[in-house]
Design a protein. Structure first.
Length: 106
């Protein structure tokens, strides 16, 4: 989590509260890290950290969008921002799909 906070701080994003969400709470079996963060102005941000060896494809975009929808239902509110940290090669079509759905890729 410290690496995540440091990389966000370099980009000028400071959060006053960061809460890790266990994927099992959402009924997800993927090995990803999910965070709910509150910035200094009070807006909520959904952060997903992905670390995998294979390329992130279009099917993964749909999977992460489903995870985001489960996250909004679990906390019973929408998030102002959606960030995704990807530590894997990213398909160009998947990158465009993430951007059109409002994700910020780090």
């Amino acid at each position: 989590m410290q690496i995540l906070v440091d990389s966000l701080r370099e980009k000028g994003k400071i959060y006053k509260k960061m809460q890790e969400v266990v994927p099992k709470e959402l009924g997800i079996r993927n090995k990803i890290k999910i965070y709910k963060a509150t910035d200094m102005t009070g807006y909520f941000t959904a952060i997903i950290a992905v670390s995998q060896k294979s390329r992130v494809l279009m099917k993964d975009v749909r999977k992460y969008e489903e995870i985001y929808s489960k996250l909004t239902v679990h906390f019973d509110h929408n998030f102002k921002h959606k960030l995704i940290f990807i530590d894997a090669p990213l398909c160009s079509k998947a990158k465009e799909a993430f951007k059109t759905q409002g994700w910020k890729i780090q």
